[in-house]
Design a protein around this ligand. Structure first.
Ligand code: DHB
Ligand code: FE
Length: 281
């Protein structure tokens, strides 16, 4: 049987990809950010998961405002990246795990989550930056297969935080019913508080982010008290991306151990966060 071994929440800011490419990790601007990933790299190196389910949002590369699925899962043998205008050099294609994708899609639709199925899917910085962050060297990334789960946090209406937490729980059940003996990690990406445009561009809410990180382990339901409009007010229009961390948390089940976390302001215009949970046996 496949088993979920842990989950990681992480920001996906494009500038991170540029910093990795330029090898700028130890520059004063970047050091406090990248140092927060050292425990994650150590954990991934030790656990060597076989598959990563990567929950992210597309920002207009694969889906645009004309056609916007609420939830879309990849079922492709590999995922291509492409230039999306952030000055990021496209990374090499990332191998998928179509057999496990189809199992997850079957199980989730059976569980009443009607996903869009993508046998071809371009992935943008929401996907590639977390991949480059978790496995910074192409060599480290060779063994891992990635299954993208794309969530609409771009074109209103978005799924509610409640729906995201429930979807996470359904993913937890779906992984547990997969027959092959594989170790799976789930990544919830995006956030934390940020607003990229408009009169409040640069808006960050440190208190809210820190409370969110505090509650995520034992009381993820805390976020459900807010509608997505309230979340945009409280965390910035792109801060809403943090609802995707609930999918990660929901998948891990009730009891988790927090291995590490880091919070750093700012990277670009964003409050950057990372948290690593291990699923209790
Ligand atoms: C930034 C953050 C994002 O989440 C994103 O998708 C694009 C840019 C930023 O802070 O620059
Ligand atoms: Fe984003």
């Amino acid at each position: 049987m496949a088993r979920l071994i842990g989950g990681i929440g992480s920001s996906h800011i494009p500038a991170i990809g540029n910093a990795i490419e330029k090898n700028a990790q130890s520059e004063p601007y970047w050091k406090p950010f990248f140092d927060g990933y050292k425990p994650v790299w150590k954990w991934l190196e030790k656990k060597k998961p076989d598959v990563a389910i990567l929950v992210y949002n597309d920002h207009g590369l694969n889906f645009f405002l004309d056609k916007m699925p609420t939830f879309a899962m990849g079922a492709a043998p590999e995922y291509q990246n492409a230039d999306e205008g952030w000055g990021l050099k496209p990374i090499d294609p990332i191998p998928g795990h179509p057999k496990m994708s189809w199992h997850l899609i079957d199980a989730l639709v059976e569980d009443e989550f009607d996903l869009t199925i993508c046998q071809e899917m371009l992935v943008d910085h929401g996907f590639t930056v977390p991949v480059s962050l978790m496995w910074p060297e192409p060599e480290l990334r060779k063994h891992i297969k990635v299954i993208p789960l794309c969530v609409n946090v771009v074109q209103s209406p978005f799924p509610t935080a409640r729906r995201c937490l429930k979807l996470g729980k359904a993913i937890g059940r779906a992984v547990a019913s997969y027959e092959e003996n594989l170790d799976v990690v789930i990544l919830g990406t995006g956030g934390l508080s940020h607003q990229l445009d408009g009169a409040r561009a640069g808006f960050i809410n440190r208190d809210f982010d820190l409370e969110f990180l505090d509650k995520l382990k034992d009381e993820p339901e805390w976020l459900l008290q807010y509608s997505n409009y309230e979340l945009a007010e409280l965390t910035g229009t792109q801060g809403v991306e943090m609802i995707m961390w609930l999918i990660m948390r929901g998948a891990l089940g009730k009891n988790v151990t927090e291995i590490s976390r880091n919070y750093h302001i700012p990277i670009s215009n964003t409050a950057a966060g990372v948290i690593l949970f291990e699923k209790d046996a």
